[in-house]
Design a protein around this ligand. Structure first.
Ligand code: KIV
Ligand code: ZN
Length: 459
C-alpha cells in the first residue's frame, strides 16, 4: 500500500519572517523562494500582502516566478485583506488564499471584541469571499488549541461548508502537548461534518519546544499538511522546523510511515542561505542543520565513528546536504582521531612518537577550545626534531599558543591507552576538520587487543 503523502507547507517567508531580526526584502525573499522550490516543498506562504507594499511585491514576484509549488498569501478574515491577497496572487500558477481568524474566547474577548456568533459569521463570510476568487482556500482558526472544542468544531464545519479546501489547526502560542494536539485532530475528524473533503493541516509554535513533536502527533492522527519553517524560525520561539519534520519521517519510517516530496540533500543549503540572508546564525546544536549536528569531539565517539559511522550517526550528513562528518580535535579527542588528522596532514608516526604528540596535544587542548592544524603541525615539528622533551611541556610558552596550563591533564587516558598497537589492514575513510582545509583519506586503523582497550583508546 502507498505511504500517505504529507504536504509540506513552508511559511519561512511569512511566519518565519515575523521573528525578530528575520525580516527580508523582496529580492531576498525571491532568492529564498527559489531555494524552497529546489528543496521540493509543496506550498510556499510568500507573505501577508496587506501588511506592506514590500510584502505585496514579494508575494506578487514569487507567484509570478514559481510554477511548481502552491503560492499562498495570508489574509485576515475581512474583504480588504482577501482582495489584496488575491491581487498579489494574480500571476500564480497555483494560488492559495489563506484566511485566518482567532476563535479562542481569550482572543475574541480581548483582541477582537466580538462574540462567538460574530466570529462564526465572519469566518464563513471571509471564506465565501475567498472562494469566489480562488479555488484553493485555506482557513486557520487562530489559537485553535485554546478554543473550546465544541466551538472549534462549529467553526471548522462552517468554513468547510463555505468552500475551504484546507483547514489548518494552529497551536498559536505553543501551549499544546503532543498527545493533546493529536487528540484534537482526531476529535475534529470524528465530529466535523465534511472533514473528509478537506486537508487537515498542523501549524505548531515552539514555545515549549514541542512544535515538531506536536506536528508529528497531528500527522499520526490524520493531518496531511504540515506548516513549518527552515531552521524553525518564526514568532517568539519559532515554528516547527521543516528539516526536523522531514528527517524524522525519513529516519523513522517505522513510526512515521509517510512520504514527503522534499529533496533532503538541499536542506543544509536552504538553512545556510536563510542564515546568510537574515544574518541570524543557526544555533550550533540545531538538529539536522547546526554546525555540530554531525561533529564529534569526544574520543570514544570519534573512535566509534572511525570504525563505523553507524555507531554515532542516525543519518548520513550527505543525506541532508552537509559535506561530511567532522571530527573536531578538542580536549575530548582521543589518539585515534589525532592519528588520523596527522595522517591527513601528511605525517605518519610510530607508536612512541604518537604517544609524545598526544601528550602535548592534551595539554594544548586543555588550554584552547579547538586545536587547529597550525598548532598540530607545530607539535609535530617539535616532536620530530626532538626540541622539547615531554617533561618540559607543562611550562612551555608556545609561539602561537595561549599561556600553558601548569599540569598535564588526562594522564590517565594517555597511560591507559598505552597497550594499543598500530598494525592493521582495517580501513575506513573519514575526515577530521582542521583550519588548513580538509582532506579525505583512508588509513589503517590500529588493531586493538581487547574491547576494553578499544574503549580506552577512544578516551
Ligand atoms: O500561529 C498562527 O496562528 C498563525 C496563523 C496566522 C496561521 O500564524
Ligand atoms: Zn503562526
Amino acid at each position: 500500500m502507498d505511504r500517505p503523502r504529507i504536504t509540506i507547507f513552508d511559511t519561512t517567508l511569512r511566519d518565519g519572517e515575523q521573528s525578530p531580526g528575520c525580516s527580508m526584502n523582496v529580492q531576498e525573499k525571491l532568492r529564498l523562494a527559489q531555494q524552497l522550490d529546489r528543496l521540493g516543498v509543496d506550498a510556499i506562504e510568500a507573505g501577508f500582502p496587506i501588511a506592506s507594499d514590500g510584502d505585496f511585491e514579494a508575494v506578487q514576484g514569487i507567484a509570478a516566478s514559481l510554477r511548481r509549488p502552491i503560492v499562498a498569501g495570508l489574509a485576515r478574515a475581512c474583504n480588504g485583506d482577501v482582495a489584496r491577497a488575491w491581487q498579489a496572487l494574480q500571476g500564480a500558477a497555483r494560488p492559495r488564499i489563506h484566511v485566518f481568524l482567532a476563535t479562542s474566547d481569550i482572543h475574541l474577548k480581548y483582541k477582537l471584541r466580538i462574540t462567538r456568533d460574530q466570529c462564526l459569521e465572519q469566518a464563513r463570510e471571509a471564506v465565501r469571499h475567498a472562494k469566489s476568487l480562488c479555488a484553493d482556500v485555506e482557513f486557520s482558526p487562530e489559537d485553535a488549541t485554546r478554543t473550546e472544542v465544541a466551538f472549534l468544531c462549529q467553526v471548522v464545519e462552517a468554513v468547510i461548508a463555505a468552500g475551504a479546501t484546507t483547514v489548518n489547526i494552529p497551536d498559536t502560542v505553543g501551549y499544546s502537548m503532543p498527545e493533546e494536539y493529536g487528540n484534537l485532530i482526531r476529535t475534529l475528524r470524528e465530529k466535523v461534518e465534511g472533514i473528509d473533503r478537506v486537508t487537515i493541516s498542523t501549524h505548531c509554535h515552539n514555545d515549549l519546544g514541542l512544535a515538531v513533536a506536536n506536528s508529528l502527533a497531528g500527522v499520526q492522527q490524520g493531518a496531511r499538511q504540515v506548516e513549518c519553517t527552515i531552521n524553525g524560525i518564526g514568532e517568539r520561539a519559532g515554528n516547527a522546523s521543516l528539516e526536523e519534520i522531514v528527517m524524522a519521517m525519513r529516519v523513522r519510517p517505522d513510526r512515521y510511515d509517510y512520504e514527503t516530496a522534499v529533496a533532503s540533500e538541499h536542506l543544509y543549503s536552504a538553512s545556510q542561505m536563510l542564515a546568510e540572508i537574515t544574518r541570524v546564525p543557526v544555533q550550533p546544536n540545531k538538529a539536522i542543520t547546526g554546525r555540530n549536528a554531525f561533529a564529534h569531539e569526544a574520543g570514544i565517539h570519534q573512535d566509534g565513528m572511525l570504525k563505523n559511522p553507524l555507531t554515532y550517526e542516525i543519518m548520513t550528513p550527505q543525506s541532508v546536504g552537509v559535506p561530511d562528518s567532522r571530527l573536531v580535535l578538542g580536549k575530548h579527542s582521543g589518539r585515534h582521531a589525532l592519528a588520523l588528522r596527522c595522517e591527513q596532514l601528511g605525517h605518519q608516526f610510530e607508536r612512541r612518537e604518537l604517544d609524545e604528540i598526544y601528550r602535548r596535544f592534551v595539554v594544548l587542548a586543555d588550554r584552547i577550545k579547538k586545536v587547529q592544524d597550525s598548532h598540530l603541525l607545530e607539535l609535530i615539528q617539535d616532536v620530530s626534531s626532538g626540541i622539547v622533551s615531554s617533561s618540559d611541556l607543562a611550562g612551555r610558552q608556545g609561539k602561537k599558543f595561549p599561556p600553558a596550563a601548569a599540569t598535564l591533564p588526562f594522564q590517565r587516558a594517555v597511560s591507559a591507552a598505552a597497550g594499543a598497537n598500530s598494525n592493521s589492514n582495517d580501513s575506513h575513510p573519514a575526515q577530521i576538520s582542521g583550519s588548513a582545509g580538509q582532506a579525505s583519506v583512508s588509513i589503517p586503523l590500529p588493531d586493538h587487543h581487547s574491547e576494553q582497550e578499544d574503549y580506552l583508546w577512544g578516551v
